[in-house]
Design a protein around this ligand. Structure first.
Ligand code: APR
Length: 170
């Protein structure tokens, strides 16, 4: 699937229609990629997020991107890993589907994702990569309006698992 790419980088630099933020349910910022996106976007992002009154795990909400080079930020709270018996895998897949659905609704043709839930939320990286790539590919198969999706990996280990998952895509 040539419409999916795996790159190393800092998602706050992405000059695409939408970048995805691995948020928490409050949507009021945090550490990791959430913190980086809010720092780069500036205070107007938090001001807009305050009007959204949070977001359920697995769902997504969209805002403007303010000082970021992207046009939109799509915020999605991923699942915290609790061992796998609490619907975490389906919730993670739902994050990717919900974000792409909002991207389609808002005319976004290029979307960059971070590796949702594999940092502070401790979702096992190999499993997360398979779920992410599988969910993105399934969505793109029926949604030609999205021209390109990239996984923006912050470190080499993460990049390696996503490259593997893309290679193994049936
Ligand atoms: N660009 C791309 N990826 C990044 C960046 C960045 N600037 N900064 C961090 N990452 C990567 C991490 O290395 C990890 O691979 O994003 C991935 C997700 O890690 P977290 O940001 O910790 O997100 P997550 O595991 O989903 O936990 C979400 O952390 O920051 C808080 O408010 C957030 O409570 C929420 C929780």
């Amino acid at each position: 699937m040539s419409r999916i790419e795996i790159i190393r980088g800092d998602i706050t630099q992405s000059c695409v229609d939408a970048i995805v933020n691995a948020a928490n349910c409050s949507l009021l910022g945090g550490g990791g990629v959430d913190g980086a996106i809010h720092r780069a976007a500036g205070p107007e992002l938090l001001a807009e997020c305050r009007t959204l009154h949070g977001c359920e795990t697995g769902k997504a909400k969209i805002t403007k991107a303010y000082r970021l080079p992207a046009n939109y930020v799509i915020h999605t709270p991923g699942p915290v890993w609790h061992g796998g018996g609490h619907g975490e895998e389906e919730l993670l897949a739902s994050c990717y589907r919900s974000c792409l659905g909002l991207a389609s609704e808002n005319g976004c043709k290029s979307v960059d994702f971070p590796s949702i839930s594999t940092g502070v939320y401790h979702f096992p990286l190999e499993k997360a990569a398979k779920i992410a790539i599988g969910s993105i590919a399934a969505y793109l198969n029926t949604h030609p309006e999205i021209e390109r999706v990239r996984m923006v990996c912050f470190d080499a280990r993460t990049e390696g698992f996503y490259l593997d998952a893309l290679e193994k895509l049936a």
